[in-house]
Design a protein around this ligand. Structure first.
Ligand code: AMP
Length: 420
């Protein structure tokens, strides 16, 4: 028993389960990498102001959930609660938008931190893979991102997810809708916190999950009835492109998401096998964010998919990923001389690209064979003094149990053939 436990709301990734996480990250990244997105990595913490301005002063993420702290040097920093603001900050800082080659397409993968009430699927430390296309206003880019996320989930075998789609308008129609919504909300019977929200962020009231609030929202004005002509046309094109690509989506006029920077297209991927934390990923267009953090106008669109919840979705659908065995060959030396010879052979095999492990710690044959079986290897190499004296090792097929001697100097080739 260890004295220390992982902090509340966090958990460790441990083999063999951790291999699924790596595979999920790779699977999500594969479609974006094929679509011209370059890898970006930013620090785990940023100036707290970046998130306050970028994500929004009145959002739960900033007011309640941020791990903010002051350093010994007096800097006000925060552990990153999301990726978009940091990635845009990095792109602006590096001047990537100045090359005349827009959009700048970037993808990332990493840890994010939110001081949330932990429950299944909601953690204080979680993992996202994200993609951002910065500096272009083109409905095809919005559609591309939805398709890439869809294809990532499909490549993992997932089928039980739905895509919710909405438009949150732009700087022209948003204020008109906001005012109409505020007027409606002010006529409802709401608690003080929610009333306050009507003033600072009325769209988020639409996102309230409490039945007492929900029941009063049935007649709330919907953004789709207030979109300006440009936003309406833009949204129609996104929908057409998705439909033409065979992507099924549901229009959800109440989808607002918890971050302030979204404009126009917003979308969420939800999985019905996950209970209350059903959003596996989400994103949208954020045309004003660059200016909010001090950059030039750079209309952009992106998403972040949660790795933790994607793994939970796989479990909910009973999907086990077919992962390559971590060990193909397990070497069992019997005696000191064998240990030296096999150690050298193991190194050779690894250099030849064969995943190979060795029984360490002077184990006896029986124990070593148990480890060989546990490792998942298909082949064992067993060498004792007598075999070695003749320049041989025994190559054992761990599935059939068959064993045959193989010349040491032909070992790499023989192993390769046996694994083919
Ligand atoms: P958001 O930035 O809130 O839109 O989140 C994007 C995705 O990240 C969500 O759909 C979740 O899959 C994942 N996510 C967000 N917050 C958490 C959390 N506290 N724990 C686990 N996953 C999360």
């Amino acid at each position: 028993m260890s004295t220390f436990q992982a902090p509340k709301g966090t958990y460790d990734l441990i083999p063999p389960h951790s291999a699924t996480y790596l595979a999920v990250r790779d699977a999500i990244a594969a479609p974006v990498r094929r679509a011209g997105y370059g890898y970006v990595e930013t620090p785990g913490f940023e100036n707290v102001e970046l998130f306050a301005r970028g994500v929004g002063e009145s959002t739960d993420i900033v007011t309640k959930e941020m791990y903010a702290f002051e350093t010994k040097g007096g800097d006000r920093l925060a552990l990153r609660p999301e990726g978009t603001a940091s990635v845009l900050r990095a792109a602006l800082q590096a001047g990537l938008h100045k090359g005349g080659n827009l959009p700048v397409k970037l993808w990332y993968s990493g840890s994010y931190y939110r001081y949330e009430r932990p429950q299944k699927g909601r953690y204080r430390h979680f993992s996202q893979v994200g993609a951002e296309a910065i500096g272009a206003e083109d409905p095809a880019l919005d559609a591309e991102l939805v398709i890439l996320a869809h294809d990532a989930y499909r490549s993992l075998g997932l089928r039980g997810f739905r895509i919710l789609l909405n438009s949150l308008g732009d700087a022209k129609c948003r204020p008109v809708y906001r005012a109409a919504l505020q007027e409606f909300l002010r006529g409802l019977d709401l608690d003080e916190d929610t009333r306050h929200r009507i003033d600072v962020n009325p769209l988020r009231v639409l996102d309230d999950k409490r039945p007492a609030v929900r029941s009063q929202l049935a007649d709330a004005p919907l953004f789709r009835d207030h979109l300006c002509e440009d936003c309406r046309a833009y949204h129609a094109q996104v929908r057409e492109l998705l439909t033409a690509a065979g992507i099924a989506f549901e229009d959800d006029p109440t989808l607002v998401r918890g971050l302030d920077y979204y404009t126009r297209t917003t979308f969420e991927f939800v999985h019905d096998g996950l209970g209350s934390q059903s959003a596996v990923g989400g994103g949208g267009r954020y045309d004003g964010l660059s200016e909010m953090i001090g950059g030039p106008a750079l209309p952009s669109v992106g998403w972040a998919l949660g790795v933790d919840r994607t793994v939970l979705a796989l479990e909910a659908e009973g999907i086990t990923l077919e992962l390559p065995a971590s060990t193909d060959v397990y070497a069992v030396p019997l005696g000191e001389e064998a240990r030296q010879v096999l150690f050298a052979q193991v190194t050779e095999l690894r250099r030849a690209g064969v995943a190979t492990d060795l029984a360490y710690g002077g184990k006896g044959l029986k124990n070593a064979m148990k480890s060989a079986n546990r490792s998942g290897a298909r082949l064992a190499l067993v060498a004792g003094e007598r075999d070695l004296a003749e320049g041989l090792v025994q190559l054992k097929d761990l599935t059939s149990g068959e064993q045959r001697p193989v010349a040491l100097d032909a070992l790499v080739d023989e192993v390769r053939k046996a694994l083919d």
